[in-house]
Design a protein around this ligand. Structure first.
Ligand code: P5A
Length: 445
């Protein structure tokens, strides 16, 4: 993409309404625009990141054997009357009446609707296990929408729902989600710690939240800091292997890590003092096992192997897709701007032409652009007629992990400079070597 043909409305000044870094940087980098309290348009740069995050979520869900579908944002109120949640949900639910006077709502979550789909089409244990998920906009009329996309009213969520024949099978689905979430967050360059939590309006006894540690997080967290060193890494996971998946979950949930809702000071005291930490975290996901809470009242029954009709065991599992954009920035920025992890960056590399209009510089940039594109690495090429300082400031603000700087002086020696956004370190090399280096870096992403 050439910057002169793109739409990147960066702001020079710090927006007064933004209280935290991620909100400020998303506005300044031209990623979002607020349309109403807690409701945002995703401008092209922000939209690219959102799509990258969605893509990673899709890949990891499908790797775990979960099946994508798409349910609507609007739901009939009658479904929620069946589960009993229509009245319970209170003012957070946006209620709508259509021209026929039928009650609708803008879905805050989809347990009822997916249960309806299940009961209409599945009747036998032979069709289980089954996990369906979608990535869809939600609406919750939050009392205090704030921090930009972090606590929105309209927000994008991945929500998945498992259907299993009994408690053991459903707990395997729970564990499978935990492991697939760990991999999902790691691919985004995040450390998200599973913490025992409370279930709120979704229900059930087993639930973990995934928290990214950040001073601006909304949840208070208590943890043994050795938990932050745990990594899933590149190890192979067989998602059908119940023991292996359960062992990974034990590895990640044995050390003390809880939110304030489940914190137990007496147990926390048993953590060695040097490792006992109190901090704040951003909740980027939550998984639940709630047994037959929805299947029983809504009549989602299957015939088991003995020929009896039994309610299915269910759980639901959410990732805050739009919130993640903010959470990643909170975890990865400096005083000059965003520092995208390679896994989610809107463009893998920026090209800065120090002397637009110079024949050799323009030709070298065009050559780099073509070579990078041919390797699947679409660059953002700053081809504006601007001072070098202004170009560098824009690149630093929008946070592309790598930058190639092209100028007549370097080119005279056959060199361009490849610079790492995170460290600021630059290295001179031939344009071909820069392309090869980047192809190597991105091969794993
Ligand atoms: C699990 C999937 C659920 O709704 N039902 C379907 C279950 N869980 S949850 O914890 O309430 O939400 C899942 C994740 O969505 C994100 N989230 C939000 N993101 C932005 N703005 C909001 N107002 C908001 N509310 C929830 C969180 O990341 C949460 O973990």
């Amino acid at each position: 993409m050439r910057l002169t043909r793109y739409f990147l409305p960066v702001l020079k000044e710090n927006p007064a309404e933004a209280q935290i870094a991620s909100h400020r940087l998303m506005l300044r980098a031209g990623m979002i625009r607020q349309q109403a309290a807690g409701i945002y348009s995703w401008l092209p740069l922000g939209y690219r990141v959102l799509r990258r995050i969605e893509q990673i979520v899709h890949e990891e869900q499908q790797r775990a054997g979960h099946i994508p579908l798409l349910m609507p944002t609007l739901q009939p109120a009658d479904l929620w009357r069946e589960s009993g949640r229509y009245d319970d949900y209170g003012k957070e639910m946006l209620r709508i009446r259509d021209r026929q006077d039928r009650d609708l709502l803008y879905g805050p979550t989809n347990e009822e609707m997916i249960t309806d789909i299940f009961r209409a089409h599945v009747g036998s244990y032979k069709d289980l296990p089954l996990t369906l998920y979608h990535i869809q906009w939600k609406f919750r009329d939050e009392m205090r929408p704030r921090f930009g996309v972090m606590r929105g009213r309209e927000f994008l969520m991945k929500d998945g729902y498992n259907f299993d024949i009994d408690r053991d099978a459903a707990l395997h689905a729970y564990n499978r989600h935990m492991v697939s979430y760990l991999r999902t967050y790691e691919r985004m360059g995040l450390t998200a710690i599973p913490m025992r939590a409370a279930s709120g309006p979704i229900g059930g006894d087993d639930t973990h939240e995934f928290l990214v540690l950040a001073a601006t997080g909304e949840s208070e967290v208590f943890y043994d800091d050795r938990v932050t060193a745990l990594k899933l890494g590149a190890r192979a996971i067989d998602y059908d292997d119940r023991d292996q998946v359960a062992a990974v979950c034990r590895e990640f949930t044995t050390l003390y890590a809880r939110t304030d809702e489940t914190h137990d000071p007496a147990v926390f005291e048993t953590v060695p003092e040097a490792h006992r930490k109190v901090g704040r975290g951003i909740e980027v996901g939550q998984i639940f096992y709630f047994s037959t809470k929805y299947s029983e009242p809504m009549g989602a029954f299957v015939t088991n192997a003995a020929g009896e009709r039994v309610p299915v065991h269910m759980g639901s599992h959410g990732i805050g897709v739009s919130r993640l954009v903010g959470a990643i920035i909170e975890a990865s920025h400096d005083d000059r701007g965003i520092v995208w992890p390679e896994g989610v960056t809107p463009f893998p590399v920026g090209i800065v032409n120090l002397k637009q209009g110079d024949g050799a510089a323009d030709a070298a940039c065009a050559g780099l652009y073509a070579a990078l594109t041919a390797r699947g690495l679409e660059p953002l090429y700053d081809d504006r007629d601007e001072r070098a300082g202004a170009k560098f400031a824009t690149m630093d603000l929008i946070g592309l992990p790598w930058r190639i700087t092209v100028g007549p002086r370097g080119l005279a020696a056959g060199k361009v400079e490849l610079t790492c956004r995170r460290t600021g370190d630059g290295e001179e090399m031939s344009p071909e070597a820069a392309v090869d280096r980047l192809a190597g870096i991105y091969a794993g992403h």
